[in-house]
Design a protein around this ligand. Structure first.
Ligand code: CMC
Length: 443
C-alpha cells in the first residue's frame, strides 16, 4: 500500500478503502465508492462555504494564512507594493512573469487603447437613477459590455481571450469613474491616455474645468499600492464566482459582472464601507469598550476583522496602515484613524478575538484612506473591483485552459419532504403561519 494514501474504514459495513493522497488532498470522487449497498449513491463530502475544499489547481496566488504570507506568482506582496505599479502587477498576475521593458511598453499601450467606451455605453450609464449605487452600475454595465463584444463568446480562441482581458482592464476605471460622475450629475471626462493607469482614473473622477488634470503624486502612488494589494487573492468568494460562471462557458464580461455582484456584499468587498459606518457610529474612543462588548454578545461583527484564510495579521493591512500616514501628510489626519487604532489595540488584547485568531484584514484601514482622499463610501467597493479585475481574468483564463475543469455543479443533502401528491386548491389544509414558516427555516 502506498504511503501517500488514506485508509478509511466505513463502520456501517466494516469495509476499508485506500484513497490516494495527492498534493495534500484526496479526491472527493474517491469517496463515491464508499457505499452501504449497490443502490447507495455513495459517500459525499459536505462542506458549506467550501471551507475545506480545493476546487481547482492554481499557480497565481499563494497565501499562507497562518504565517501572514501573500505572494503573486511567487513574488512577496511587500516587494510588489514597494517597487511595482498596478499595471505591471496585473501583467505578472495574468502572464505569470514580470514584463521586460519592451513588453511593459506594449502592455501599457494595449491597455491604454481600450480605455474609451462606446457612446451607447455612456447612454446606458445615464439611464441609471441619479442615486444609483456605483457597484450596481458596475454590475449592470460590465454585463452589458458582453452585448458590445459578441466575439467574447469565443473563449477557446487565444486572440479573443487576450483582447477581452485588455478591454476589461482598460475600461473598468472608465466605467467606475462615469458611475461616480453620474451620481454627482457631472459630465463624463474622457480618458487621458498620456496619464498612467491610476492618474487617468483620478482625472476621469475629479477633473473639473481645468484644461489638463494633474494628479496628486501622493494620491496616485497610494492608490497604485492599494490596487496592487487588491489585485488577486486566490479562491475568494468573487473569484469562485468568476470560475463558476465561466465554467458554463459564458463570456468573461458576464463572469466578471457576476463577480462584481459577489464583491458587493458586506462580508466581501463591501466590508471597508461597513468599517467606516462602524467607526463613525462608535464616534469616540471612549465608546470602544461598550462596542466590543456588543460584538462579543453577538450583536454584530467587528467589521474589517477576521478572515477565512488569514489566521494572523493580514499582510495587506500592515502595508495599508503605512500608506495611510503618507496620505494624511497631504490631507490632514482622518479622525477615524485614532478610533481604528484604539479598536485594534483593544481587540488584539481581548481573549474573544485572540482565541478566534481575528486580526485586521485588508478592509480595516483602506476605507479610512479612501475617505481622506475624498471618495464617497459607495465608491469603496468599486475601488476594490477595479484592480481585482486582473485577478478575476487571470483565474478565468487559468480555468478555461485547465483540462480538469468541468461545469460547476455541486451536490446537495436533500432535507425536504418525501414524495407527496398534488391536492386541489379547495381541499388543502390552512397554510402555515409566518411563525411556523420561520421555525421551519422557510422564511
Ligand atoms: N467580529 C466578531 N466575531 C467574528 C468576526 C468579526 N469580524 N469574524 C469572525 N468572528 C467569529 C464568529 O462569530 C465565529 O465565532 P464562534 O466560533 O463563536 O461562532 C468565529 O469568529 C469564526 O467565524 P466564521 O464566521 O466561521 O469565520 P469565516 O471564516 O466564515 O468568516 C469573515 C470570515 C471574513 C466572513 C468574517 O471574519 C467576517 O464576517 N468579518 C467581518 C467582515 C469583513 O471584514 N470582511 C472582509 C474580509 S477581507 C476582504 C475580502 O477578502 O473580501
Amino acid at each position: 500500500m502506498s504511503k501517500e494514501s488514506l485508509t478509511v474504514t466505513d463502520n456501517r459495513t466494516g469495509k476499508s478503502y485506500d484513497l490516494p493522497i495527492e498534493d495534500g488532498s484526496i479526491r472527493s470522487m474517491d469517496l463515491r465508492q464508499i457505499k452501504t449497498s449497490d443502490d447507495d449513491f455513495g459517500l459525499l463530502a459536505y462542506d458549506p462555504g467550501l471551507v475545506n475544499t480545493a476546487s481547482c489547481r492554481s499557480a497565481i496566488t499563494f497565501i499562507d494564512g497562518g504565517a501572514g504570507i501573500l505572494r503573486y506568482r511567487g513574488y512577496p506582496i511587500e516587494e510588489l507594493a514597494a517597487n511595482s505599479t498596478y499595471l505591471e502587477t496585473a501583467y505578472l498576475i495574468i502572464k505569470g512573469e514580470l514584463p521586460n521593458e519592451n513588453h511593459m511598453t506594449a502592455w501599457n499601450h494595449n491597455i491604454t487603447m481600450h480605455t474609451m467606451l462606446h457612446e451607447n455605453m455612456k447612454k446606458f450609464i445615464e439611464g441609471f437613477r441619479y442615486d444609483a449605487h456605483p457597484m450596481g452600475i458596475l454590475v449592470g454595465t460590465i454585463g452589458a459590455l458582453s452585448t458590445f463584444y459578441p466575439d467574447a463568446k469565443e473563449i477557446d480562441d487565444l486572440d479573443s481571450r487576450r483582447v477581452q482581458v485588455r478591454r476589461l482592464i482598460g475600461k473598468m476605471p472608465t466605467i467606475a469613474a462615469y458611475a461616480y460622475r453620474h451620481s454627482l450629475g457631472l459630465p463624463f471626462v474622457s480618458p487621458d491616455n498620456d496619464l498612467n493607469y491610476v492618474g487617468n482614473f483620478l482625472s476621469m473622477l475629479f477633473k473639473m474645468t481645468e484644461l489638463r488634470y494633474k494628479p496628486n503624486p501622493v494620491f496616485e502612488r497610494a492608490l497604485d499600492i492599494l490596487f496592487i494589494l487588491h489585485a488577486d487573492h486566490e479562491q475568494n468568494c468573487s473569484t469562485t464566482v468568476v470560475r463558476n460562471v465561466g465554467s458554463s462557458h459564458a463570456d468573461p464580461y458576464s463572469a466578471v459582472a457576476a463577480a462584481i455582484a459577489a464583491l458587493y456584499g458586506p462580508l466581501h468587498g463591501g466590508a471597508n464601507e461597513a468599517v467606516i459606518s462602524m467607526l463613525t457610529e462608535i464616534g469616540s474612543k471612549k465608546n470602544i469598550p461598550k462596542f466590543i462588548e456588543s460584538v462579543k454578545a453577538g450583536e454584530g461583527r467587528l467589521m474589517g476583522f477576521g478572515h477565512r484564510v488569514y489566521k494572523s495579521y493580514d499582510p495587506r493591512a500592515q502595508i495599508i496602515k503605512n500608506v495611510a500616514y503618507e496620505v494624511f501628510e497631504e490631507t490632514g489626519k482622518n479622525p477615524l484613524i485614532d478610533i481604528a487604532l484604539e479598536l485594534e489595540r483593544i481587540a488584539l488584547e481581548d481573549e474573544y478575538f485572540v482565541s478566534r485568531k481575528l486580526y485586521p484584514n485588508v478592509d480595516f484601514y483602506s476605507g479610512i484612506i479612501y475617505q481622506a482622499m475624498g471618495f464617497p463610501m459607495s465608491m469603496f467597493p468599486v475601488l476594490f473591483a477595479i484592480p481585482r479585475t486582473s485577478g478575476w481574468l487571470a483565474q478565468w483564463v487559468e480555468m478555461v485552459l485547465d483540462p480538469e475543469q468541468k461545469i460547476v455543479r455541486p451536490r446537495q443533502l436533500y432535507t425536504g419532504d418525501d414524495l407527496r401528491h398534488y391536492q386541489a386548491l379547495d381541499t388543502r389544509p390552512a397554510p402555515a403561519t409566518i411563525e411556523q414558516l420561520m421555525l421551519a427555516g422557510r422564511l
